[in-house]
Design a protein around this ligand. Sequence first.
Ligand code: LLP
Length: 422
Amino acid sequence: MADPAPPFGFHRDALGRACLGGAPLSELLAASGLETPAYVYDLDAIQDATSRLVSALGPGNLVAYAVKANSAGSVVRAVAEAGAGADLVSGGELQVALACGITPERIVMSGVAKSDAELDRAISLGLCAIQVESVEELPRVSARAAALGAVGRVSLRINPGVEIDSHAHIATGHDEAKFGILEQDLPAALEILRREASLSLVGVSTHVGSMLREPEPYLESARVVCQVALHCRASGHPLEFVDFGGGFGIDYGGEPADAPEVFARAALGLLAEWGLADLRLVVEPGRALVGPYGVLLTRAIQTKRSGGRHTLMIDAGMNDLIRPALYAAKHRVEPCDALPGALPFRVVGPVCESSDDFGEHPLGDAPSGLFVVRDAGAYGFTMASEYNGRALPGEISVRAGRVVKAAPSPGVAAWVTRRLEA
Ligand code: LLP
């Protein structure tokens, strides 16, 4: 996906300084008063990316932002203002989405193991749908709904049995995955739906996995959804929507990916082809709306030269950004106030794990000062931990080149207190 033109997203100014949303990152950090490591988000770019997808999908359809990608209040408010709803997977995410102004009828709740309390909340609020991921979940939802004197609005999340070319940890649509209902189990699901008066089948959904670079695998799973939707209709269920899931990829500096709008247009075309254009189309993007528009700022701690290798130790570790350690993901690491140099340095964090390694980057002779880890707006802070007694990172939100919110790290003292309480 091509980055939108500056001032949106990451770019370098005429002096070669790394900027986000039109302002140098070093200045934004100073203005925030925060220490590194800290995430910085460009709310204008996030809102613009969301608006573009909302327009491509057209009125009546729903962009359900996958809150798990970035649940910062300022970010969720920005996507909500741009017209998105939410896809979420826990009661905590539900609370954030509601507090950020997303109304229940624009929220879908996924997850393979929703707790009774989460189901009760989802049912009483009347969410757009509880996305049911197993046949066994249906009687659970039905019993909770009956106890509340309500009807549970459910969608069947289908596991389409589609393999995608992605890291094994982020592929969900193959038939051994824990996610979704296999087509072979559909008759059993429909039988339960036929007899349970406390359930209303309102949708059919899927999510095949993450980091799709072009629409074809998305469409392959969407075709399965269309087929199931036709079958459900023929069985007398007046469906309201189909949900083709998220998974739109971004360019981490290696291979490009099609823009979310390309997926949206292809999805709309497919619905028309299948005679299902009267249904509401839901998509669930996370990464593509936030990933390119956030960075992680970090400082050099020291260098090390040993065995012919040059290593740079930074103050951000795998506890702040786990993607390289968990998925062998590549995030560009660059100096903030100088252009990348020629000499390659291996960049590592302070955590006592060999996988706390951000890979090799051209950083020049004597790297020092402030560095930027790029494309870290998605699955960055939301996957952060306090491993090794490290504090969670801070978060800075930027609009029109100015800091509009600076959430400091809770600090090591908070970690110490919690440990001593346990
Ligand atoms: N819908 C459902 C049901 C999902 O499980 C996910 C992501 C999404 C939507 C959003 O997918 P996206 O558009 O962001 O690809 N932590 C991994 C990604 C895990 C994705 C989990 N599910 C990473 O950092 O690459």
